[in-house]
Design a protein around this ligand. Structure first.
Ligand code: SF4
Length: 488
């Protein structure tokens, strides 16, 4: 068993001791899916290396650490190498790869940690600190330790990214030197956890465990009506329920203090019956046809995709629009950007041209998202602002209606479209049956299409998947509305 620490295990252990233990002893239990943000992070990392023309990349992979250390030493001994990318080191049973190990002259070196993030986050400091500990332990004279992160003022002006201006840097060396005793103590604590033969006990919870690869393992014994499914469960309430040893929503005792929404969920779970508020029948009328059903897809990533964009600037690249007439006739329109140019005006105008001529209401699911995207378009195109404001005023939120007036026990505490649709209409095709099953995948597919990561065939297929995914969202709104109207 590999009991060494790595940079990622060190950071993991700082957040959750159980995660550190599992990643050391039961790595195979994790579900490792590379996120879109991580893929973009790799591209940003490669971009950063272009700022070091005399740099060389270590060829040995992460799994070939010893070979990577050997390669690193060879490049350190080569004066012509100005920087080593993915430099590998090992000291005190800690293995690290340094994004950029820069030769500064006079036998001094610099650590360059590259992040595709515009924020200087606190954990980056530990990220660099552990590298400093290893390198100083090996006897290197570290004269600088910088976080290289995305410059939030950068604007793409040419076709290609100007990597020289894309980054900002923050010097961490004085802080790290001062905190070396803290890092050493942390190492002792983490090693103790790692070497323990027993798996630590940590109670999983939605917020704390967000994105953890061991989520399925840690929650495998939880009941289907697990109390963690209650929305906005406060830490205080969570602790109280744990003290009472209550894991099932159905077992929460009468009189236990909850929000109205939580109480509604508890009652529906206990009785197995749908909750329908008294105002259901009057309020659903707001959603009666004629109406449009609308959904945006947006991309937000560190690498701007066309001139004029900043890193992480949100770009709506797709919409789907259905219309349902009083007679029950449906029509559908869609937009999906094709070119890596600023398509936003075409995108918003094509939408306005369909919905502006009449004043039918526009139904969305989670209005704050669509409204905020529309507001951004209004700021970008002041000449369209009046029409955009008119559209915003016509928006009705089907999710808000359901949250207030309705609950089905099979929502399992969630009001997301991906939970609501199968609970109400179990025979409808599930989102997971398509290639794109959530917004994150939609972003990744669009990025891959627009940035030519796919060949023509794959592009055509990915475009088809995106169109089907967004269309399914707006069609689902019609189905949900009709189902609610007919059955409750
Ligand atoms: S799922 Fe939660 S408790 Fe389990 S290892 Fe991950 S972070 Fe820790």
């Amino acid at each position: 068993m590999n009991m060494y620490l790595t940079k990622s295990r060190y950071l993991t252990g700082q957040h959750c001791s159980k995660k550190l233990w599992l990643s050391t002893h039961r790595y195979e239990l994790g579900e490792y899916v590379k996120s879109f943000a991580a893929t973009i992070g790799d591209e940003v990392g490669i971009g950063a290396t272009t700022n070091y023309p005399n740099g060389k990349m270590i060829q040995a992979s992460y799994k070939e650490h010893e070979a990577a250390v050997k390669e690193t030493l060879e490049l350190i001994n080569d004066d012509q190498t100005g920087a080593i990318f993915e430099a590998a080191f090992e000291h005190d049973d800690i293995r690290i790869r340094v994004d950029i190990f820069e030769r500064l002259g006079d036998n001094k070196w610099g650590i360059r940690e590259v992040k595709s993030s515009k924020l200087v986050k606190n954990h980056f400091y530990h990220d660099i600190g552990i590298q400093y500990y290893v390198l100083v332990g090996l006897g290197y004279d570290i004269a600088s330790a910088k976080l290289i992160h995305t410059n939030s003022n950068y604007i793409l002006k040419e076709k290609e990214i100007d990597w020289g201006n894309f980054f900002s840097a923050v010097e961490y060396l004085p802080d790290i030197k001062e905190s070396l005793p803290e890092i050493k103590n942390e190492l002792l604590r983490l090693r103790k956890i790692q070497h323990d033969t027993k798996e630590p006990f940590i109670y999983p919870s939605q917020g704390y465990c967000k994105g953890c690869e061991f989520w399925d393992y840690c929650t495998k014994d939880k009941p289907s009506d697990w109390v963690e499914h209650l929305p906005r469960l406060s830490p205080k309430k969570r602790n109280e329920l744990q003290e009472l040893k209550i894991e099932n929503i159905a077992k929460i005792p009468e009189g236990f203090s909850l929000t109205n929404n939580q109480s509604k969920i508890v009652n529906a779970t206990k009785t197995g019956e749908v909750f329908c508020d008294d105002s259901f029948s009057s309020e659903i009328k707001k959603y009666n046809p004629p109406a449009y059903y609308f959904d945006f897809e947006t991309l937000s990533c560190a690498i701007p995709i066309f001139r004029g964009l900043k890193p992480f600037e949100r770009v709506p690249f797709q919409w789907s629009l259905h219309h349902l007439s009083v007679e029950g006739k449906t029509q559908h329109w869609e937009f999906l950007a094709r070119e890596k140019t600023d398509f936003r005006r075409e995108m918003i105008e094509s939408f306005i041209n369909i919905v502006h001529p009449n004043q039918d209401k526009i139904i969305v699911y989670n209005a704050s998202f669509e409204k905020s995207v529309l507001k951004e378009m209004g700021v970008l195109y002041p000449d369209l602002q009046d029409k955009i404001n008119n559209i915003i005023e016509r928006i009705e939120d089907l999710m808000a209606f359901i949250q207030k007036n309705f609950y089905h026990p099979q929502f399992n505490g969630s009001f997301s479209l991906k939970k609501v649709l199968p609970a109400l209409l179990p025979h409808e095709e599930k989102y997971s049956e398509g290639e794109v099953s959530h917004g994150g995948e939609a972003q990744a597919q669009f990025y891959n299409i627009i940035c030519d990561k796919y060949d023509q065939n794959k592009k055509a297929m990915a475009r088809g998947d995106l169109i089907a995914y967004c269309k399914k969202d707006t069609h689902s709104l019609i189905l949900i509305y009709q189902h609610l109207l007919r059955n409750y």
